[in-house]
Each structure stands twice: as structure tokens, then as C-alpha cells.
Design a protein around this ligand. Structure first.
Ligand SMILES: NC(=O)c1ccc[n+]([C@@H]2O[C@H](COP(=O)([O-])OP(=O)(O)OC[C@H]3O[C@@H](n4cnc5c(N)ncnc54)[C@H](O)[C@@H]3O)[C@@H](O)[C@H]2O)c1
Length: 448
């Protein structure tokens, strides 16, 4: 794929504004608690039947899907969605960069075959691309842009009445998490699906292992060790005509306002399993350390390259969470669970101790499984909503990052209420946010 964001037809405007619909007030979001929507079950049942009717309104079993973000994961999500359900058609595409949209179209035509039905007039680029795709008659939208964009995009998609598949993490700061909480509650009241890209929740082996642990196979959990010790990821070589903002949006991994730092962007997969093992009850506080030791050049923006955080729950259980993105080091990604009667390794799908067990079932791509679940829910008129855990795990990651950045103890309640906001109000191609590496002991976390 070639990257040249500035190359576009003359009629395509480069100036654009990301839609920033009103955020529900903090008080309102807190009052609701985590997605404890007040919508009565009868209202949901009514919405569900409406939702069932709307899918089949055209008198066919075709479900129209739109893709937002033609990057690596967007291409994958579109393919997974089409493989999940033969009645799906990709009918619209939104991508901020014109060139990437054109490359994406070529790739998707090849990979999706007859399920690719995108007319030219339903291909949108620029900052308004999201607004435009939501005005089409798509039933489902796949959100696969950098995390900073997710809260506004998710809110707009639900308001527009679309079922949503949204990649992880769902935000980079607490106001963003609260906005997604409110959007997820709205989806629930409207009978719309929200399926998260926290894909391990859909993996057969991981699911079976977590269920085994939760059914008491290792006794009571004492502690969890989450390791995501891995190498470095891609970087896109800047071109001379890129503005600083072009560079930040294309190399979003390295800018905390866009990715949330790798602790939030990548390590959320591991933290989500610790949250899941605690039945989605969040930790009370965390503290820890982190820094930027190897990836110190300016092209690596302002993120750290290693973190080590301790989370503690009200019942005294702890999670020791370590992640590192460095090349040439020992790599290990695993979830070690220590219980009163044994131990487990979640990714290895095994339990040892008083009970010895290993998942031997058939495996299928977890990426496809999440789309199978989404499409089945839509067709059955039984909406699924992953909003609760995807917001909690995102906030758990954000509080850990802030603990390392500040050197302070961060409490869950303070993180939930925090007004810490990353990124600009409205992105502009010429003006990129400042690049600031956080210094523990000097930088202070904004509580509320
Ligand atoms: N679940 C997983 O295992 C998994 C794996 C990889 C990535 N992801 C997630 O998927 C998301 C995308 O990651 P990626 O690797 O595909 O990144 P990418 O950079 O390859 O793709 C993102 C695309 O979004 C476009 N974009 C940026 N801002 C936009 C906007 N406002 N409107 C429309 N398009 C916009 C970019 O130009 C780019 O083409 C991230 O949140 C990432 O964390 C999840």
C-alpha cells in the first residue's frame, strides 16, 4: 500500500473537522454508573423488535456494512465481517486520507469479491467522512480508526441508529470513556448492537479457560500476572510534504493523544482478561512505574516503551501487569493466574493443581467469531452490548498509564471522574498537539 495523504483530486478539500457532538455531562454519566441504563426491559424488547424489522425492511436478508478506517485492522475487520455472514455486503467506505481510501478500495475489491458492493458515491474521504458514511443506508458500521477518534465516532454512529463493531481501546482519556459509556447505554435503549474488538473475549480456548477458573478449578484467585513483553511495531516514514499533524495521524501509535500509549493501545488485551477474571469488577487503585529507555528518537513521539503496574482489588487480590515494546529482548505474552488450589495460564488454555485440564476443542479465528456473534445478534433481533467491559478495561488501562506517568497512586473512582483530556478540540492538518513525554514526580494526574 502506498501512503501519500496529500495527493488527492483537486475537488477534495483537505480542511476538515472531526465531528464532536456534545458530551453527556460527567455527572450524568457518573449517575448512571457503568452502563446501568434505566431503560426498562419492555422498552428494550420493543426496540429489539423494531431493530429486527429494520434489518429486513428492504425485504431481503442483505445487511449493509460500512467501514471507517482503511488500515490494517479495518481491512481485516471487513473481511472477517463478510466471512461471518454470507448476507453481508460492504456498501460504503470512510477514510480520512484520499490515497489510503483508494488503496483500500482496491484491496477490498480483491479480498471481498462479490460481497464488495461499494458505489463511487459511497466512498468518503476527509475529516467529514464519518458524518457522510452515517448518512448512507448502512445497517452496521465498523470503526477501525486510531483510538482517539472512537468516542465521537461511536456516539455519532449510535445516534444515527447503526449497529457498531468498534476496535479497542475505546478511548484514550476519562472523558472519552464516559462518552462511550453513554453511547453504549444509548445503544442498549435503542436495541442496537455494540461489539468490541477485545477479541480474546470471543476466543473459544480463552473463554473455556476463564470459565474453568471462574467455576473454581484453581480455588480462589490470589493474584494475576499479566505479561505482554514484545517487540516494536510499525512506523511510517514521514514524507517531506507531510505536516506535523499528517505525521501524527499516520504514526498515531507513538502519540499518546491518539493511541493512549502502547499501555492502553496494546496491553488492554491483557488487562481485559484480568478484568474478566474479576467478573468485570474494577480494581480500587493502582501504582507503578514506566519509562522511555530505548525508543527515545523524536519519531517515537511521546510514548513510553515499558511499564510495570500493580492493581489491587477490594478483596485484596492483585494483578502485576508488565509490558514492554523493545526489540532484541526476551518476549512473552501470557496471563498467569495463581489460586488457592492451583494455577492457570490463560493463553496456553491450561489449568494445573488439584485439577489438571487443557482445552482440546476446535479453534476458529477469534476475529471472525466476534463478527459471527454480531451478525447473529442482528439477525435474531437479540442485541449484544459489550459496552460495559470495553469501557472498564479501557479505563483500567488509562489509570495504569497515568500511574506510571505521574508516579502517583491512581484510584479507580478518581480516574472515572477525571477531566484529563488528551488531544485537540478539533484536529487541524496544520496544528499538531505538543509532544510531551510525561515525567514521573513532576507530571500530576488531573483528578476531576
Ligand atoms: N483487536 C486487535 O487485535 C487489533 C489489532 C490491530 C489494531 N487494532 C486496533 O484497530 C485500530 C486501527 O489500527 P490499525 O492497525 O488498523 O491502524 P492503521 O493506521 O493501519 O489504520 C487506521 C486507519 O484509519 C484512518 N483514519 C485515521 N483517522 C481517521 C478518521 N478520523 N476518519 C477516518 N479514517 C481515519 C487512517 O488513515 C488509517 O488508514 C486501533 O484502535 C488499533 O488499536 C486492533
Amino acid at each position: 500500500m502506498t501512503f501519500d495523504p496529500l495527493e488527492r483530486p483537486k475537488h477534495q478539500s483537505i480542511e476538515t473537522v472531526v465531528p464532536t457532538p456534545t458530551i453527556e455531562s460527567t455527572k450524568e454519566a457518573n449517575r448512571r454508573g457503568f452502563l446501568k441504563t434505566t431503560a426498562a426491559s419492555t422498552a428494550i424488547a420493543t426496540a429489539a423488535s423494531l431493530f429486527n424489522r429494520s434489518v429486513h425492511a428492504a425485504g431481503s436478508d442483505i445487511i449493509k456494512v460500512g467501514l471507517v478506517g482503511c488500515g490494517g485492522r479495518g481491512m481485516g475487520a471487513a473481511k472477517d465481517n463478510m466471512s461471518a455472514d454470507a448476507g453481508c455486503r460492504l456498501t460504503a467506505i470512510a477514510e480520512v486520507f484520499y490515497n489510503r481510501m483508494e488503496d483500500g478500495k482496491d484491496q477490498l475489491k480483491k479480498s471481498l469479491g462479490s460481497q464488495y458492493e461499494v458505489p463511487e458515491e459511497q466512498c468518503f474521504s476527509g475529516w467529514e467522512a464519518l458524518d457522510k458514511i452515517l448518512q448512507t443506508d448502512i445497517d452496521v458500521v465498523l470503526l477501525a480508526t486510531p483510538p482517539w477518534f472512537r468516542p465521537a465516532q461511536m456516539e455519532a454512529a449510535i445516534k444515527a441508529g447503526k449497529h457498531v463493531f468498534c476496535e479497542k481501546p475505546v478511548a484514550v482519556d476519562p472523558p472519552g470513556v464516559r462518552r462511550v459509556m453513554a453511547a453504549s447505554a444509548l445503544a442498549e435503549s435503542k436495541g442496537l448492537c455494540v461489539v468490541s474488538g477485545l477479541c480474546w473475549r470471543y476466543d473459544h480456548g480463552v473463554k473455556a479457560t476463564i470459565e474453568k477458573i471462574q467455576s473454581g478449578a484453581i480455588g480462589d484467585i490470589i493474584s494475576i500476572q499479566e505479561n505482554y513483553l514484545t517487540g516494536t511495531l510499525w512506523i511510517r516514514t514521514p514524507k517531506p510534504d507531510w505536516t506535523p499533524m499528517h505525521n501524527q495521524v499516520l504514526n498515531w501509535l507513538y502519540y499518546k493523544w491518539l493511541s493512549g500509549d502502547h499501555y492502553v493501545e496494546q496491553f488492554i488485551h491483557s488487562l481485559d482478561k484480568a478484568m474478566w477474571l474479576h467478573n468485570d469488577v474494577p480494581p480500587v487503585f493502582c501504582y507503578g512505574t514506566g519509562g522511555r529507555q530505548v525508543r527515545t528518537e523524536p519519531e517515537y513521539g511521546d510514548i513510553y516503551d515499558h511499564f510495570s503496574i500493580v492493581y489491587e482489588w477490594a478483596d485484596g487480590t492483585r494483578c502485576f501487569a508488565s509490558t514492554r515494546q523493545m526489540d532484541g529482548c526476551y518476549n512473552q505474552t501470557e496471563d498467569f493466574i495463581y489460586g488457592t488450589k492451583g494455577t492457570a495460564r490463560v493463553l496456553a488454555n491450561e489449568v494445573k493443581g488439584e485439577t489438571n485440564w487443557k482445552f482440546e476443542g476446535k479453534k476458529k479465528s477469534m476475529y471472525e467469531l466476534e463478527h459471527i456473534a454480531l451478525m447473529k445478534a442482528i439477525r435474531d433481533g437479540k442485541p449484544i452490548n459489550n459496552g460495559d467491559y470495553m469501557c472498564k478495561s479501557t479505563l483500567m488501562a488509562i489509570m495504569g498509564r497515568e500511574a506510571a506517568y505521574s508516579g502517583q497512586i491512581i484510584k479507580w473512582d478518581d480516574a472515572l471522574a477525571s477531566e484529563l483530556k488528551l488531544g485537540p478540540d478539533k484536529p487541524d492538518w496544520g496544528l499538531a498537539p505538543d509532544v510531551e513525554v510525561r515525567m514521573p514526580g513532576k507530571y500530576k494526574f488531573i483528578e476531576a
